[in-house]
Every structure is written in C-alpha cells, then in structure tokens.
Design a protein around this ligand. Structure first.
Ligand code: ATP
Ligand code: MG
Length: 870
C-alpha cells in the first residue's frame, strides 16, 4: 500500500468514528513563548487540555507535521544513525476533548491496526503503566483489562513512569499511557530472542508505533499532581513507522516516503545506498533533513542566526556536512531534492508546492554560504596544524574554530585523524561546558504555579474598542529570571492590552493603584490562549477591582505602522507583481519592517512608486472597515489572501482599507489619514529571493525630514550658501576630476625625470651596472621604473628600498643575461636581505620583492646588495 493511501485510511477510519478531520497545524510555532516547534500531535490542542479554551469539536483526528530537534524531545543525534527516528515526521492522531476515554481509544486503535491495516496480531505488544510510588499512582488496571480482551496476556508489558507516563513538559497536562509496539523481525530471529524482551530496548525492528495517552492530571510547579477537570485522549502514531510495517520493509528509509529522495541523492552524488554504512548514514541524514528544512521554510521560518531560525540552519548544516565529508559533495546539491519532495508530499501539504521556488532558493543560498565557511575553516585548520608542535591539537583552538567560525568539531577530528594527529577532546569539552554554563546561567527562569483567584477560563480581549478598563485579576504568578529579576504575570477577566502577535508588539501601560500610584505593565504576551501582562509588581490586594490603562501614544503609533504595513503590502503587489508574498513583519511603535518574496533589488523608481502609492491612500483618507469573527470563506470572498496553517475552528478577523483586505488580529487606526505620511528608510536582501523594507510613519517621518533638512543646511553652509546648491556640488566634482587628471600627468613627469636621474647614478662594478637606492614611490611605480630602466641599461642589478605606513619594502631587478651568466637570483637576494627588514618575500630570478616591518633595516640591506656582485 502506498503511503498516501495509508494516511488516508487513518483519516477515513476516524471520520467513520465521528471525528472531525482537520489539517495539520504549522510545524513552526510563531506566537508561542513556551515552544519553538510542534513536537507532538497534541501541541495545537494544548489549550484544551489546559482548560484555557473550550473545544468546539469533541473528537478530532489529523496528521500533524512534527519536529523533534530541541527542548524536551530532541532526536537529532539519532537521526540517520538509526532507521526509525526523524527530525521532521508526521504524527497521526485522534483526540477526545472530554469525550470518550480508555475504552474507545484502545478498541479503535486495535480495530484499525488489525482489521483495517491487517497487521498480524502476533507482531504486536502493548504496554500498560505500572504505577509510581512518587506520584501515589497505582497500576493502570483499567487499561490492562481492556487490552486483555484483544491480546494475549503475555503480550502485555508493564511500563514504568519514564516510558508510560506522558508529560508535555516539566509542568502541565499529563497522564498514563499505553504504547503499541511492533516486532517486524524474521521468524528465525523471533525464535532466537523473544520480542517481549526487546520492547523499549532500542532495537530497530522492535519499535513503538503508537502511543495512547490518557490525559487526566496536571503537573504543578512543586512536582505534585492534580486532577484535570475533564479526562481526555491524546494519541500519536508515527506515520513513517506505520508505513515501514505495512510496506514490509525493515527501515523507514525503505518506504516510499523516503525512497524517491534517496534515489535522487544517489543520482546526484554518484553514491550507492546500501553498500557502506558511513555513506548510508549520510544519505539518510540528507533525505531526512531536507524534509525538516523544506517544511520549516514553507511554514515561514527562514534559516537565521537566532532562535528557531538557528535551529533550522543547524539542521541544514548537518546535512551539508554529511554530504561534504561522506559523499564528497563540494557544490550545493540539497536544494535539488526539493522538486522530488514536493512531488512526493505536495498533494497533502500544498504549502510545499506553492513555496517550492522559495524553498529551493533559500536552501541553495545556505548551502553556498556554508560551503564557503567550510573552505575557510579548512584553511584556518591548516594554519592551526602547522603551528602545532607534536601531534595533539589544542582543544581550545578547535573550540575557537567551532564557536567563532561555525566549523564542525567532528570534521576537525576527522581531518586530524587523517593526518595522523589527535584532538585534545577534554579541553574542547571543557570549553564547551564553560560556554553552556554561561548561557544556562543567563537563561534560568523560575516560574511559580498560577495562583487562581477566579476560575474564569475565557479572558475577553476588549482592546479593539477601548484602551482603559476596570478589571479583576483572575490569576497571577511570580517569575524570577536571572536576566530580568523578579516580576509578575497577571491575567485579567478582560483586557484592553494587545498581546504580542501577528508581528505587532505587545502593549505597555499601567495599573492604577490607590492614591495615584501606578504599577507599570512592561509587556503583554499570549501563552496557551491566555493574555499575560508582565507587571513590575503585584497590587497589595490582588482581589480588588483595578483600573488598567494602555499607553495610548505607543498604541497609536503602532497602529499607524500596522495599517501602513497593509498598504505597503498592497503597494508592493501592485508595483512589483502578485508574486510578492509576505514573509514576515515586525510592527513597532517607532517603525515597521516588512519581508517579502521578490527576486531583485528595488530600483529608486520602484521605491518611489511604492511610497507614492501608499501616500496616495493616506491622502484619500480611507476609513477602516473591520470584520470580526467571520468565517474564513467570507473573508476570502472579500478578497483577503488565504493563509496556510490557520488552526481548525478559528474564525478570522479581516481588516479592509479600500482595496486592501487582510486577515489580521492587530490593532489599526480608524482612517488612513491618521497615518499622516509614509517613508521608506531602507530596502535590503535578507535571504535569497527575500527582500526587507523598513519604513516609518507619522511623527517619525517629521523627525526624519527635519534631520535631513538640517544636514542639507549644514552642507549648504559649507558650500558658502550658493544660490543653486546642486550645481555647486556638481562644479566641485568637476573641478576635482580635472585636478586628478593634472596630478596624474605631473606624477608621470616626475617619474620620467627620476628615471633620468637614476640612470646617471648607475655605477659599473665588475661589468655589472649597479644601483641601490631608497625611493619615495609606491611599490607599483617602483616596479614600472625598474623595468623601464632595465630596458635602457644592460647588465643591470637594481635594488630599491621604500618605506610606507611604517613598513619596509625591497625590490630587486636583475637583467636576464646576468641571471644566467653570473648565477644571480633576485628571489634569493630579497629573501636574504629581507631578513634585515624583518620580513620575507620572493619572486622570479629576474624580479622579486620583499616586505618587512623594520624600515630601519633598509639602509643596511641596500648597502649589502653590492656584495652580490663583488
Ligand atoms: P521513541 O521512544 O521511539 O523515541 P517516543 O516515546 O519518543 O518514541 P511519543 O512521544 O510517544 O514517542 O510519540 C508518538 C509516536 O510518534 C511514537 O509511537 C512513534 O511512532 C512516533 N515518533 C516519535 N518520535 C519519532 C521520531 N523522532 N521520528 C519518527 N517517529 C517518531
Ligand atoms: Mg523519543
């Protein structure tokens, strides 16, 4: 069965059990301070488990793009080495939000695997949570009793807390789980070692495929458990592992999810898969990583130097390095796989097809730049090796290469071992540990449990309509961080504060407490559907009603910039074409930033046209039309652009200014006239095919023009206030170029005169025409002069010294016949005399130069020159 069908059967099966089938959420999380990537199928639904949002559908199923490369779930180092862990993989899942529980979850899982997919029951094992004294939890008898209706009791295994108690993180929803494992070894091997003893023991053919989690607890900050208000089911099945079982192969990489990619790597790099373990690992790494990177870019996460972007860059670099070292690829090639990948997966995940060109370009650019880094690193490493006495290279030096230049340490070790050298790994690890400790200490954050004052889960955002409100704190917690000290996170029953999101910064403002005192709110963010206010302090009586006020000036400026961003987007599509797509934006109160796809630098004319387009709409004073809580389809009818990765159940908000319609949750001005004026301050490239425009509006443009005007007057002043300043500058430029030409002529004359003088100074010694002299010329002029004199004077031995910027130079010219007859060699002369100026050099027997750092040695060198012909 093809993988596409396997995926579809899963979804069809749960649809038949009354589940709503939803699309995968994005793999890259944009507005979640607790997590960078979706690492399990439950992530898009975690608000429901936390009780911070009510599910509109009680039964849901999907396949979810997951990435396990950082944080609690990190499989990166396994990937490629084993055959069943990936960085990016699909997790098939079915959910019950307070609806069915263990009985249905278990019987449906069994039905799907054994009746629909027809997996042989004798290949299956299941595990049941054995309980934990620490947590005061007993054996999961209920799950055991349910399983034994379907499966031999000796195929039910007890699992400990590590394997059979699932937790989202250090805090949060959790519960016992039951895993389903498959044993796909040959009958012969099964006879030798019973599968039961291999479950959960890292055997590549005895692997977990499905985990059924019965979510019923919440783990608190002090480590204790409390019951959740409702019981939920969260299951996750590895799609690629399921394909391995159903396609009767022994490795995920032998399924049709991966084979097209592997064939392509083989063809491009002229390596064969399945012949050599090292090469195989490299091919698996590349086939795996290209998926992770391509999906991340298609989700809008470009490789970069920080945060999630850095994680993606590291994954791609790992693939490049494996290719470089084991497949001998010295040119970019991974980008070529994107075509195959989008053919293979683009039907179910259309974002891959639509973004194919961008993904390809970005990967190619990254490959190019990292291959350059590798080249440079190899040179630096050569230098380190040359300066190493003995055969052990210092760990400190290797760490520098790794830390400052991004040169991979395993590559360093490999190259050293090829040269019969070793690396002091202890020192290297010490340096690495020191660095980790430094950054860990800076990042330590301690978060207390929420103190719940009012169990009101739905917190209302009223900030589109008002900037002030009388509110109640519903929950708060204290957070202590090394970097920022102690502060409080507050949640209100309703709030006018806009939480950071959709590129727009969070609101600032204050809480009014008694007798005119205030507590500042320094930032607002959203976490798991809660709007969290970062306050410097806690009101003395947190249960009291409080007046909260948003900083209106900052909000107004931010709103101007946000509305201007929409107009800019419209302008770019109008002026440059509809290939322009938003790739990111940052809306602050001071300025705005907009990233978009476009393949060339904008010309001055295009930039002006864009500015004019936006300013014309500002001048037309277009009123805001806002549509709240409308279904996506309605917004699309109005002309909004479809966005990928909207979460299921979401209605949308559309913002319209004339022809500009965007899906947007941000805050806007009432009329484009409020923006007053729009000015682009910079345009640049941030990645291949992605441009960035930075711009300002309103007050900021006044400052901008004021500053420019001031500079202009200063320049005019310097030019002595001409009537026409532009002409004055042109005149100056003209005058300058005339002067330059005159100087060139004069210098040539000077050199000609000098040549005559020098020829007169030549003395004949033993049949050699000899001249040694310090000259006040640059190296190029000396070279020209030496050759010109050489053309006129036979049997010439010329030695010239010069001094510039505290450095010393020697030039030696010897007529070719002298080189032969007298066995003279200019290269040797400058090498030997170069020592006197503390330097070195070389060249050919008839012409050579040397540079050194001791001008005081020039005279002696010139003096000694004579000795060569005596
Ligand atoms: P394992 O012990 O094999 O790493 P896990 O306990 O980390 O698995 P869960 O967190 O329970 O796995 O995830 C649910 C399912 O997702 C697993 O049963 C497995 O089929 C699949 N899965 C987990 N991690 C990966 C991965 N890195 N690559 C591919 N599939 C995975
Ligand atoms: Mg794991």
């Amino acid at each position: 069965m093809k993988s596409q069908q396997i995926r579809q059967q899963f979804l069809d099966f749960f649809a038949s059990k009354k589940h709503q089938i939803v699309a995968s959420s994005p793999m890259v999380l944009k507005n979640d301070p607790t997590l960078m990537f979706t690492n399990a199928g439950m992530v898009p639904f975690k608000e429901y488990f936390l009780g911070q949002k009510t599910a509109t559908e009680k039964r849901v199923a999907d396949t979810q793009k997951c990435l396990r490369v950082s944080g609690k779930h990190n499989d990166l180092e396994e990937v490629g080495k084993d055959t069943y862990h990936h960085t990016m993989f699909e997790m098939l899942g079915n959910w019950s939000f307070g609806d069915y529980f263990k009985k249905e979850a278990i019987s449906w899982a069994w039905e799907l695997l054994t009746e629909v997919y027809k997996i042989d029951k004798d290949c299956l094992y299941v595990s049941v949570f054995e309980g934990s004294d620490d947590d005061g939890l007993g054996y999961d008898q209920e799950a055991y009793d349910l399983w034994k209706q379907f499966i031999d009791e000796d195929r039910i295994i007890n699992g400990n807390k590590k394997d059979n108690f699932w937790e989202m993180g250090a805090q949060g929803p959790c519960g016992p789980c039951s895993e389903i494992h498959v044993d796909i070894r040959s009958a012969e091997e099964k006879a030798k070692i019973p599968g039961k003893s291999l479950v959960n023991n890292d055997h590549p053919q005895v692997v977990e495929i499905w985990n059924l989690v019965f979510m019923e607890f919440n783990r608190k900050a002090d480590g204790s458990l409390e019951k959740l208000p409702a019981k939920h089911v969260d299951t996750g099945m590895g799609f690629e592992r399921l394909c391995m079982v159903l396609q009767n192969v022994q490795s995920n990489y032998d399924t049709d999810v991966f084979t097209p990619l592997i064939r392509e790597v083989e063809a491009i790099t002229s390596n064969e898969y399945g012949v050599n373990e090292q090469t195989d690992i490299a091919i698996r790494v590349i086939a795996d990583h290209v998926r992770a990177v391509a999906f991340a870019i298609a989700d809008g996460q470009l490789p970069s130097n920080t945060g999630a972007g850095y994680v993606i860059r590291r994954i791609l670099r790992r693939a490049i390095r494996y290719g470089f070292t084991f497949l001998n690829t010295k040119e970019p090639f991974i980008y070529k796989l994107v075509t195959t990948l989008s053919k293979q997966m683009g039907d179910y995940f259309p974002e891959l097809k639509i973004q194919k060109q961008l993904v390809t370009n970005v990967i190619k650019e990254e490959e190019n730049s990292f291959l350059r880094t590798l080249d440079q690193g190899l040179l630096l490493l050569d230098g380190i090796i040359k300066n190493t006495k003995g055969s052990e290279v210092s760990g400190k030096k290797a760490f520098e290469l790794f830390d400052t230049y991004g040169f991979p340490i395993d590559l360093t070790a490999l190259i050293l071992s090829e040269k019969g050298m070793t690396l002091n790994e202890n020192d290297f690890n010490n340096e690495l540990e020191k660095q980790k400790t430094r950054s860990r200490a800076a990042a330590v954050v301690e978060t207390d449990d929420w103190v719940i004052l009012d169990e009101d889960p739905e917190e209302e955002f009223i900030g589109y309509d008002t900037l002030e409100a009388n509110v109640k704190i519903t929950r708060y917690r204290k957070v202590s961080s090394k970097k920022e000290g102690d502060f409080y996170q507050l949640v209100f029953n309703m709030t006018p504060f806009y939480p950071e999101g959709g590129g727009q910064v969070g609101d600032k403002g204050y809480i009014q407490v008694s007798n005119g005192n205030v507590i500042y709110i320094v930032d607002t963010k959203k976490e798991n559907n809660l709007i969290i206010h970062f306050a410097e302090n806690l009101p003395v009586d947190p249960t009291q009603k409080l007046k909260v006020v948003v900083d209106s000036k900052q909000r107004f400026r931010t709103a101007c910039n946000h509305s201007a961003t929409h107009l800019l987007h419209q302008a770019l599509r109008e002026v440059l074409g509809t290939h322009v797509e938003q790739k990111g934006s940052a809306v602050h109160s001071k300025n705005l930033r907009f990233d978009f796809s476009h393949f060339a630098k904008l010309t001055v004319d295009e930039l002006r046209e864009v500015e004019d387009f936006v300013n014309a709409r500002i001048d037309s004073k277009i009123p805001l039309k806002e549509f709240r809580n409308i279904p996506m389809e309605t917004a699309l009818e109005k002309g909004a652009m479809a966005l990928f990765g909207e979460k299921y159940g979401d209605t949308v908000r559309a913002i319209q200014f004339g022809q500009s319609v965007e899906l947007c949750g941000g805050t806007h001005i009432q009329n484009t006239g409020d923006i007053w004026h729009f000015k682009i301050t910079s345009e640049s490239a941030i990645a291949s095919g992605i441009r960035r425009i930075e711009a300002i509006t309103g007050d900021a443009t006044k400052d901008f023009y004021f500053e420019n005007n001031r500079a202009f007057f200063e320049i005019k002043d310097m030019l002595k206030n001409p009537v026409n300043p532009l002409k004055a500058v042109l005149d100056l430029q003209e005058e300058n170029s005339v002067l330059k030409k005159q100087i060139e002529v004069l210098l040539k004359d000077k050199a000609k005169n000098l040549k005559g003088t020098l020829i007169n100074e030549v003395e004949t010694i033993n049949g050699v025409n000899f001249l040694a002299k310090k000259l006040d010329l640059d190296q190029n002029s000396i070279k020209d002069l030496a050759f010109e004199i050489g053309n006129q004077v036979d049997n010439l031995f010329l030695l010239a010294g010069a001094e510039a910027d505290g450095k010393a130079f020697l030039t030696c010219y010897i007529s070719k016949n002298l080189v032969e007859d007298k066995k003279l060699n200019a290269g040797q002369v400058v090498r030997e005399l170069g020592k006197l100026i503390q330097g070195g050099g070389g060249g050919q027997p008839f012409f050579a130069t040397a540079g050194g750092k001791n001008p005081a040695g020039i005279e002696e060198a010139l003096h000694k020159g004579k000795e060569y012909i005596l």
